[in-house]
Write a new protein. Structure first.
Length: 243
């Protein structure tokens, strides 16, 4: 029986039906490598729960509650045909941002998300891609344990990798944004893995776990050494300049 990652995740979450669960447990008893995969999934689930469960306790944003109650203002309808005929209305900063995002897109391939904001959040470097602008500022100074619910960039896990570097997961707030993991390199943050983040619901309510794509979670699990930093350790690491 070939056991997929999806089957292991369902087993760890207690969502596997009786018959396939019994078959998997019988295979676990005789397959050490399969048992190791299950244990790795359990550890990852435990780490994510410890880091992200507090987000579930956050109150629902007023904008979202207003939408549910039918109290939100009517949406603005844009005539796209007329907008296309009028041509682009970008100024120099917007055009430069698009050009920069396209350049970085060549480096990131299909996983890269073009940034629609005037300020770029990624910068190409000789050895890869580094965080820039609001992403760099969030990774430098934002604590996962104390950040605004509507932050443009949300920081999730903070941990050390096998080389002793501090690494942090992140997700941008705009629809179709970027999620990834970046590690401290020199005086900045090198982006080690990235993918499209799940769009944030209307009103800005989102959870870091839901925004983090499976590819990024897999990268974190392969990189992490020990347990993620708790709130006190995270604050101490920031105070020490992530050194």
């Amino acid at each position: 029986m070939i056991v997929t990652d999806e089957t292991i995740a369902a087993y760890v979450d207690g969502e596997l039906a009786d018959e396939p669960r019994a078959a998997l447990e019988a295979q676990l008893a005789a397959d050490a490598s399969l048992a190791a995969r299950v244990e790795a999934q359990r550890r990852l689930r435990s780490r994510l729960s410890a880091a992200f469960d507090p987000v579930l306790a956050e109150p629902a944003p007023r904008d979202l509650l207003a939408l549910i109650r039918g109290e939100a203002p009517p949406a603005t309808v844009v005539d796209l045909a007329a907008r296309r005929k009028a041509g682009p209305t970008w100024g120099w900063p917007q055009g430069a941002a698009v050009a920069a995002s396209l350049l970085v897109g060549v480096l990131f391939g299909a996983a890269f998300v073009r940034i629609a904001q005037p300020t770029a959040i990624l910068s190409p470097a000789a050895d890869g891609v580094t965080a820039a602008g609001p992403l760099a500022r969030a990774l430098d100074g934002q604590l996962a344990s104390d950040q605004p619910a509507a932050a443009a960039v949300r920081v999730g896990l903070t941990f050390r990798d096998g080389d002793g570097r501090y690494c942090r997961t992140f997700a941008t707030s705009h629809s179709g944004g970027l999620a990834g993991v970046a590690c401290r390199a020199g005086g900045g943050w090198r982006v080690e893995a990235s993918a499209r983040a799940a769009p944030a619901p209307s009103g800005g309510m989102r959870t870091a776990a839901a925004e983090t794509p499976p590819a990024v979670l897999a990268a974190v699990d392969a990189m992490i050494a020990g347990e993620p930093l708790d709130a006190r350790q995270e604050a101490a690491a920031r105070a020490a300049g992530w050194r």
